[in-house]
Structures are given as C-alpha cells and as structure tokens.
Design a protein. Structure first.
Ligand SMILES: [Zn+2]
Length: 468
C-alpha cells in the first residue's frame, strides 16, 4: 500500500483557532480523506508550536507557569479540529519530550557538519512573528503583520546556520521541474527571486529566551522557536509508532506568511543533516473579511466554532473549500457564507436529493462502481479546491436539477418508463456527487448513499436545513 504523509503547520498557541488556521486544516483533511479513499496509507499530522518568548510572556501575563499555560491552550486547538471532524492521525506538541530529543539530534548533526558558527546579531525583531525582520519584511521600519510596538531592536550573540552554503543547491532544485517542491507556481517564482537577490545566514538560537529547547552544545542558548517547530514534521515520524517509513513528507500545507521558512530554511537544514527533502509544499493565500484584513483590533476574526454554530460541521467545511484562497487572497464574510450555503447546499443539493428520493421512492437502483473523476482528481492534487467541488455541482447536481425541471417527471404516472428513466439518471448523478463529496462531507455522503442503495427510500431529514 502506498504511503501518504500530509502536514498542516503546527499552530502557535499564543493565538486562538480562527478561520485562517481552519482553512489550512480543512484543506489538509480533504486531501487526507482523498488519499485514504484511494486506498493509500495516510499519516495526517497537525499540532501546536509551544516554545518562544511570546508564549512565555503571555503565560506570565496570565500568572501561569509556561507549561501550565501550554497545557491549557493546546487542547483548544485539538478540540477545535475534533469538533470539525478533522481526520488527523496525530496531534504533536513541541513541548513533548520525544520531539525535543529529535530536535537535539538534528541540531547536533548540523553542528557536526560544520554548518554552525557564533556571531553577533543586531537588527529589528518582531516579537509577534518571533523573527528578525529583513528589509523586505519591513513597512515603515515596522512589521506590517503586528502592532508597531512588537518591532524591537535586538542585539545578541547567537549561533548561526550557514544557510548561504545551501542556496545554490536549493536554486538548482527548484529550477528543475522534476525536483521542484514549491507550489503553486507564483510562490516558486517569488522564492526564486528572493534567493537570487541575496540571502544571509540565519541565527538558530536565542540568548535570554529560556522557554525552549537547549542548544545541544551550548546550554546557555535555546533553539530558535522556528527551527524547533519545523523539525516537528520529521520528529513525529521518528517517535510515533510505525511512522518512520512516512518520511519524506508528501505534502506540507502552509499559509503564505511562513513560505520562506518552509521552502528555504527547512530544506537547507535537512540538506545539512543529510535527511531527504519533503516532496511538495503548497502555500495558500489569506482570507480577507468583508474586504478588510482579519485582525483582533478590527474585531472581525471568525472562529471555526462560530461557523459550525451557523452552518454545521459539513456546511462549514464546504464553505471553507469553496472560498479556499488557493492562489490569491479570498474575500469572505458571514452574509456571503449564508447566501452560498443556502444556494448550493440547502437549495441545489439538499432539494435535489429530497425531491428525487420522494419521486423515486421504492424504485430499484443498481450499484455501479464509481471511481474518482479524473478532472476532479487533478484539481484536488493541485489544491484547486474551490474548482474541484464546483465541478461536482456542474457535472452532476445542476445538470440533474435542470433535467428535472425540463422533463417534469412528477406529471407522469409512477410506472411510466420515461419518468423512471429520468429519475434513474438523476439517481446516478446524485450517487456520483455523493461519492466525491465523501472526502469533504462524509456524513452527508453516507446519508445520500443509504437513501439510494438497492431501493430508493425517503429522506426523513433535511441534509442542509435552510438558514435565515
Ligand atoms: Zn510580525
């Protein structure tokens, strides 16, 4: 059986789960379920990133020991994904001793390979991003992603990783279509431009940040939280039972703010430690909320629970994939979500299924083997999730609604062959749609399948109740 290893970023626990985290996680869930449905052996990893100065500061503010704070917040992410019926196989926490051990081992390998040196670092640092800001990151000398007071001047002695040593090799890898791992194309060209415009070595340790993993050869420094976090993808395969063969990862899914770390620094670290590189990274864009950036200060942050309360678990997942910011930012809002939900799920899909189930009640059905549509499969593999699920509607749902309205089978006698033929065609289409929907809305897909298996039974509930 083929192995397939997919990851989401591990979410920084200084935050609460919002629609940004949700979109990466739902996308990963869809891809994981797709590969499982194809009979592959899937390992789907998600988790929380728990070290660094920002977490320590927040814990202090809340008057909690840092580990106690982490133990309080991390389960909120795990619970959020469980509430959304996300099919992750393991939830990793970077405070797990087994992860910490692997981080030490990788760092030691990089050190032994002569890729580490000590130097002074001075520059502007964003406590929000937990990173030193380069010229291209800065807008008016501040981090554009965080409040201005988060940008501070820092000067300290750190351990540096010889990132520059690996840049020619990374450029070669991504310039070659066979070995390129950066998707979509826009992100590959963005990285290539940045690589060619000059890169500096990066610091991989911190002085005065106690909340972290000690640098193996220097107990006075802790491993920079980003370096520690990236290693989670590999460490999980090393300590979770039976997962060693899953490395290298087939797909790292990420948001665009962490592109550089995942497509350059992570690869250079692995090259230095002589570990195989992940096969593919896919970087999506952001959500805008009603035309504005999502931010706590604007009070427009949408949480996954808010969506579940309104649209149910599977309705939420549908809305997320239909607005998935594959290549560009995607503008969403609660009202537009409501319209989309009512139009696609309550009306087009829900009404079709209940109408056909009622008209064809008692009609015998024949089981045909259904396989994934090749066009759908390509769209899923390219993470064009909006188009993939739009295709299901175009191909099978809208066409069936049209057919019904044109042929008006309800005007014919129940035994009329013309009526039976029209309904048969609709049933086939609905079952194909349900087969494809199993990777997004497994419960609804199952209900539809049950309704049309062997003999048509009436649907005694609304699949997606209309909402006001
Ligand atoms: Zn920042």
């Amino acid at each position: 059986m083929k192995n397939f290893f997919i990851t989401t970023p591990i979410y920084y626990i200084n935050d609460i789960p919002h629609i940004g985290h949700t979109c990466t996680t739902v996308a990963a869930d869809v891809v994981a379920r797709f590969h499982r449905a194809k009979g592959e052996n899937v390992f789907f990893l998600t988790g929380t990133d728990e070290h660094g100065q920002k977490v320590a500061e927040t814990a202090l503010k809340e008057g909690l020991e840092v580990k106690v704070y982490c133990d309080k917040i991390s389960p909120r992410f795990e619970a959020a994904w469980k509430n959304l019926d996300i099919s992750f196989d393991f939830f990793i926490r970077t405070t797990d001793e087994r992860h910490k051990k692997v981080v030490g081992e990788i760092l030691q390998k990089i050190y032994n390979n002569n890729d580490v040196y000590k130097a002074k670092y001075e520059g502007l640092y964003c406590v929000g991003c937990e990173k030193f800001l380069t010229e291209t990151d800065l807008v008016d000398n501040k981090c554009p992603l965080h409040p201005p007071e988060k940008t501070v001047f820092k000067s300290e002695e750190n351990w540096f990783f010889k990132l520059t040593k690996y840049i020619p090799e990374i450029i070669k890898l991504i310039e070659n279509n066979e070995s390129n791992y950066i998707f979509p194309e826009g992100k590959r060209s963005e990285i290539l431009t940045k690589l060619k415009s000059g890169v500096k070595d990066v610091s991989i340790s911190r002085e005065n940040v106690e909340w972290g993993i000690s640098t193996p050869w220097d107990a006075k420094q802790t491993v920079y939280v980003w370096i520690d976090a990236l290693i989670n993808y590999f460490s999980a395969t090393q300590f979770v039972d039976g997962k060693k063969d899953f490395w290298p990862a087939d797909l790292h899914l990420l948001g665009k703010e962490i592109l550089w770390f995942h497509t350059v620094i992570w690869q250079a670290m692995l090259l230095s430690a002589k570990i195989e590189l992940p096969k593919k990274t896919y970087t999506h864009s952001f959500y805008m909320i009603d035309g504005q950036k999502m931010s706590k200060s604007l009070g427009n942050v949408i949480s996954p629970q808010q969506l579940i309360d309104l649209f149910g678990v599977e309705g939420t997942k549908y809305l997320i994939v239909r607005s998935f910011p594959s290549k560009n930012d995607s503008d969403v809002g609660i009202n537009r979500f409501k319209e989309k939900y009512n139009a696609d799920l309550a009306n087009n899909l829900g009404n079709l299924v209940s109408r056909v189930a009622k008209l064809a009640e008692g009609q015998k059905t024949i089981d045909e083997e259904i396989t994934f549509d090749i066009e759908f499969e390509n769209l899923i593999n390219n993470l064009d999730l909006d188009e993939a699920f739009g295709l299901i509607f175009n191909k099978w749902i809208d066409t069936s609604n049209l057919k019904l309205n044109q042929t008006t089978p309800w005007k014919l006698e129940k035994e009329n062959p013309e009526r039976i033929a029209v309904l048969d065609e609709c049933i086939k289409n609905i079952r194909k749609a349900a087969f494809h929907l199993q990777i997004l809305c497994p419960k609804v897909a199952k209900k539809i399948e049950n309704c049309f298996k062997n003999e048509v039974k009436p649907l005694n509930e609304s699949l997606f109740p209309r909402i006001k």
